[in-house]
Design a protein around this ligand. Structure first.
Ligand SMILES: *[C@@H]1O[C@H](CO)[C@@H](O)[C@H](O)[C@H]1NC(C)=O
Ligand SMILES: *[C@@H]1O[C@H](CO)[C@@H](O)[C@H](O)[C@H]1NC(C)=O
Ligand SMILES: *[C@@H]1O[C@H](CO)[C@@H](O)[C@H](O)[C@H]1NC(C)=O
Ligand SMILES: *[C@@H]1O[C@H](CO)[C@@H](O)[C@H](O)[C@H]1NC(C)=O
Ligand SMILES: *[C@@H]1O[C@H](CO)[C@@H](O)[C@H](O)[C@H]1NC(C)=O
Ligand SMILES: *[C@@H]1O[C@H](CO)[C@@H](O)[C@H](O)[C@H]1NC(C)=O
Ligand SMILES: *[C@@H]1O[C@H](CO)[C@@H](O)[C@H](O)[C@H]1NC(C)=O
Ligand SMILES: *[C@@H]1O[C@H](CO)[C@@H](O)[C@H](O)[C@H]1NC(C)=O
Ligand SMILES: *[C@@H]1O[C@H](CO)[C@@H](O)[C@H](O)[C@H]1NC(C)=O
Ligand SMILES: *[C@@H]1O[C@H](CO)[C@@H](O)[C@H](O)[C@H]1NC(C)=O
Ligand SMILES: *[C@@H]1O[C@H](CO)[C@@H](O)[C@H](O)[C@H]1NC(C)=O
Ligand SMILES: *[C@@H]1O[C@H](CO)[C@@H](O)[C@H](O)[C@H]1NC(C)=O
Length: 578
């Protein structure tokens, strides 16, 4: 019987040799191992991240397992060499008795995006010694990565990112890289490593991907790793005790992603960063870098995302960029002129710096801009007419600068039809609020007009029915709050600030706003008089201090059960507290 079997399998091989189109059938033992593995788990749609995902194992029922979904067999031997069960909605515990570990010919295995219910990586993995690719990411494995992984000496890709409570301490990262010397891709995001990065990693000349996000790394990052000739992705963000320096970069570098935010890298950005001609993302926010930002950044012709904020750069100095965040980095002087060449820019944030001077007229050339955030600087000069040409703007925030002159609201409303967030607060601007009727105009969601020299409620607000937040504080608005004000946007308004004006009362009585959905209402420092109005039922913050309300506090105020902050001080209220 034994002999016969041997003989027939010999025939099969010979046949395969001569007619290469005929693939050997899958091996029975591998077929049954697969089926037992499948049966040891549940298919549970709720563990699938992608709701359109389907479980590959569901269709495992025909005779030839080599034709099953997710499976690849060796064309000559018929052995199973690749098993791809990514996002297969598999749920359940797994241990070394799993028949998965009988598939000893596997070279490629992905169990990523399933839910192994907090299982440890089973030591039976040692059986899969042919593996060159192993992906166990985001599959709810936990615990210590086992020593047996170190015996998989052919591994080129190892990815155990995004599991819960996973550790690489015994064995250590050092042992891992000392044993797995063929690694090309190493991803251990969110694995608690709690060590420094071994310098030997700089000898991995084939390394292409290194991803060690949030690994509790400490010590000095070996700068030579950045210079590895094949490296194109490096991400060590969110390791707050990892320090290091950026080396000189060669023109031969293949780096595409350089992500260091939330680490303690210090020193300067070398001018040679401009050599990284393939760089797509540079994110060094929240580091400790200093010196000047080199103008060679303008040479990064592949760059799509540049995030430099929250460092200690002293001064300032890119073409297909669509996205620039230079907020809070201590920029001084004028808005850098090289920015005005980046006519593909969609997002520009320069907020919270010490920028002075005028907003350059050339900003008009940035026609793709949809977010322009310049708040908290010391910019001067008139509100640039160039803004009216930025037709794609959705957010314009110049809050807290020294801009002066006149803003024509009619022009803004009908030229910038996509604008939803407008903040002009705290400048020396005056608003021209006379508007004409247009068929289509901007509908704001957030409108901040603090300190804009307003003397009356702007009429155009009557047509703004999408408003969520409105700030008209610190103006000189006189008289009554008009009847239409609390009815135009009853359903949407959440935050309203009318404080520090010269308001005396409510046209048509104070009941007008008690039907609204306002959660925060600030009426402080006006000249409101009469009896105290009851806030809307769901109001959380109600501030009416420094007015001239008289009489008793109505007991019905106690129905406003959402109230968290209530300030009635400095009025002429009398009687008992309800
Ligand atoms: C499916 O997975 C969810 C999340 O892990 C779990 O709470 C639930 O009990 C599972 N359902 C079944 C039938 O196992
Ligand atoms: C991991 O999977 C969960 C759901 O299974 C999903 O919500 C999460 O976004 C995934 N995380 C990553 C980083 O892919
Ligand atoms: C998941 O793990 C818990 C706790 O270890 C265990 O009680 C439960 O049976 C496991 N569920 C499955 C489907 O393996
Ligand atoms: C391993 O898992 C199998 C089936 O899931 C279970 O019957 C067995 O008790 C487990 N063995 C250990 C040692 O946990
Ligand atoms: C390793 O593979 C052999 C051969 O298929 C098998 O007999 C053994 O049970 C496997 N070990 C584990 C831990 O699965
Ligand atoms: C690790 O695998 C997960 C799931 O397949 C994937 O989303 C992630 O990009 C991989 N990490 C790296 C650095 O390639
Ligand atoms: C990571 O491991 C270290 C050393 O075992 C431990 O002190 C630390 O609390 C762990 N961190 C987390 C977030 O579990
Ligand atoms: C790393 O490479 C350097 C230079 O090529 C060599 O001197 C050193 O011995 C290598 N280190 C190890 C641990 O292989
Ligand atoms: C780093 O950047 C990523 C993505 O931009 C972000 O999710 C993360 O919070 C950042 N970490 C720090 C410390 O800024
Ligand atoms: C930040 O860098 C400076 C040198 O530029 C250094 O003196 C300081 O210790 C660094 N701070 C941290 C938290 O690493
Ligand atoms: C900006 O646009 C003007 C025309 O409005 C043009 O003359 C000028 O060359 C443009 N500048 C840049 C840097 O593209
Ligand atoms: C407060 O209101 C009372 C009458 O309601 C009026 O006599 C008084 O002058 C007002 N005080 C101020 C400071 O407006």
């Amino acid at each position: 019987m034994h002999l016969l079997l041997l003989f027939s399998s010999f025939n099969l091989i010979v046949l395969a040799h001569f007619t290469s189109s005929v693939q050997p059938l899958c091996h029975d033992d591998e077929r049954s191992s697969l089926l037992q593995f499948k049966d040891s788990l549940i298919i549970n749609k709720t563990v699938c991240y992608d709701s359109s995902a389907y479980s590959k194992v569901a269709s495992w029922n025909t005779e030839d397992c080599c034709s099953w979904d997710g499976i690849t067999c060796n064309e000559v031997t018929g052995h199973l060499i690749k098993l791809d069960l990514t996002s297969s909605c598999l749920y359940g515990s797994i241990n070394s008795t799993s028949t998965l570990f009988h598939l000893v010919h596997l070279e490629w295995l992905s169990l990523a995006d399933n839910d192994f219910n907090g299982s440890e990586i089973p030591s039976g993995i040692i059986n899969l010694s042919m593996l060159s690719y192993l992906n166990l990411a985001n599959s709810s494995f936990s615990g210590q990565i086992p020593w047996e992984i170190l015996e998989l000496s052919k591994l080129e890709t190892f990815n155990t990112s995004f599991n819960h409570n996973m550790e690489l301490q015994k064995p250590s990262l050092r042992s891992l890289v000392e044993k797995l010397t063929h690694l090309k891709e190493l991803a251990l995001d969110e694995v608690n490593i709690s060590s420094s990065i071994p310098h030997i990693l700089a000898n991995f000349s084939l390394l292409t991907i290194l991803s060690l996000v949030k690994c509790e790394l400490h010590g000095e990052f070996p700068a030579k790793v950045f210079q590895l000739p094949n490296l194109h992705y490096i991400n060590v963000q969110d390791n707050e005790n990892l320090f290091g320096y950026l080396p000189e970069f060669e023109r031969s570098s293949l780096l595409q992603h350089l992500i260091l935010n939330g680490t303690r890298f210090s020193g300067e950005i070398p001018y040679s960063i401009g050599n990284l001609r393939f760089l797509v993302i540079l994110n060094i926010r929240y580091c400790n870098l200093s010196g000047s930002i080199p103008s060679s950044l303008g040479n990064l012709s592949s760059l799509e995302e540049l995030r430099l904020g929250y460092n200690n750069f002293s001064s300032q100095d890119s073409r297909s960029l669509s996205w620039i965040d230079l907020s809070c980095i201590n920029l001084v002087g004028e808005i850098p002129s090289w920015l005005m060449n980046l006519n593909q820019l969609e997002i520009l944030s320069l907020s919270s710096n010490r920028l002075t001077g005028r907003i350059p007229f050339e900003i008009r050339n940035l026609t793709q801009l949809s977010f322009l955030v310049l708040h908290s600087n010391q910019l001067q000069g008139p509100f640039p007419s160039a803004f009216y040409d930025l037709k794609n703007l959705r957010m314009l925030d110049v809050n807290s600068n020294n801009l002066s002159g006149i803003v024509d609201m009619d022009m803004l409303l009908h030229k910038l039809k996509n604008l939803v967030v407008l903040s002009l607060s705290s400048n020396n601007l005056s608003l021209l609020t006379k508007t004409n009727v247009h068929t289509k105009f901007a509908k704001f969601q957030v409108l901040e007009l603090q300190s804009c020299n307003l003397v009356e409620f702007p009429d155009f607000l009557q047509n703004q029915d999408q408003l969520l937040e409105l700030d008209l504080s610190s103006n000189k608005i006189v008289g009554q709050i008009p009847r239409w004000f609390f009815s135009f946007s009853t359903h949407n308004l959440v935050v309203v600030n009318l404080s520090s004006n010269l308001l005396t009362g409510f046209d048509q009585g104070p009941v007008s706003f008690s039907q609204t959905g306002i959660k925060s209402l600030d009426l402080r420092s006006n000249k409101l008089q009469g009896s105290l109005p009851i806030p809307p039922l769901n109001t959380m913050v109600y501030l009416v201090s420094y007015n001239n309300f008289t009489g008793e506090i109505p007991p019905s105020i106690c129905n406003s059960s959402s109230l968290e902050v209530l300030d009635l001080s400095h009025n002429n209220l009398s009687g008992k507290l309800p």
